[in-house]
Write a protein that binds this ligand. Sequence first.
Ligand code: ADP
Ligand code: AMP
Length: 215
Amino acid sequence: MKIILLGPPGAGKGTQAKSISVKYCIPHISTGDIFRKNISEKTPLGVKAKNYIDAGLLVPDELTIDLVKDRLSKEDCKNGYLLDGFPRTVKQAEALDEFLNGRQESIDTALLIEVPRELILERMTGRRVCLACGASYHIKFNPPKNEGKCDSCGGELIQRKDDNKETVLDRLTVYDKQTQPLVKYYKSKNKLSIVDGALAIDKVFENVCSILGEQ
Ligand code: ADP
Ligand code: AMP
């Protein structure tokens, strides 16, 4: 099963991805997580990506596309994967299609998590993420059992540098300009499914499963 999760920052992609990955036994590939790991390890890729991410801008397509092609060529992707945060531009989507066509493969579904704009700012500024495993929490909507500690791995929870109000607003503008066109892109290929991301986390997951269960 090859799934793409689409939706604005704060839609709940990472939150749903953790559960989908477990239920369907496919790796969760988050380009944001990969970039943040490279930044914390100060790799050449991390050094190149850092300023874009801190400013709420997209990392250039060339860097991102190569990174994903490399990741999708790994052994654990043989039976499918869940892409979270990629593609984010039409150029990335075309590159992904070209890569998959070359292997006589295609994605099954691009799943759009729709959320009204007025919910996003509170979700983003209240988000806390695990430094170790990338799990996403919310101080109000999805608090960890022990404050500051990840339920699944015990790692330290932090607030992302790009989750401040100003950068979130910039990221939403970037989403509207560069990523939103992908909705039309996948719709025209009959690959688009939509779930209501304004519901509670468990309810969204239930709806996601009824869509993916039919694949
Ligand atoms: P994305 O990966 O799309 O940027 P996340 O999954 O990290 O979004 O979710 C953003 C924030 O909103 C997190 O703090 C998360 O705990 C919270 N969140 C996710 N889904 C819901 C939901 N359905 N209802 C309320 N809060 C949610
Ligand atoms: P995310 O964790 O998905 O919210 O991504 C955090 C940041 O990483 C984004 O704001 C971008 O700067 C960068 N990023 C993640 N995925 C991509 C992508 N597919 N293309 C370009 N930049 C990306």
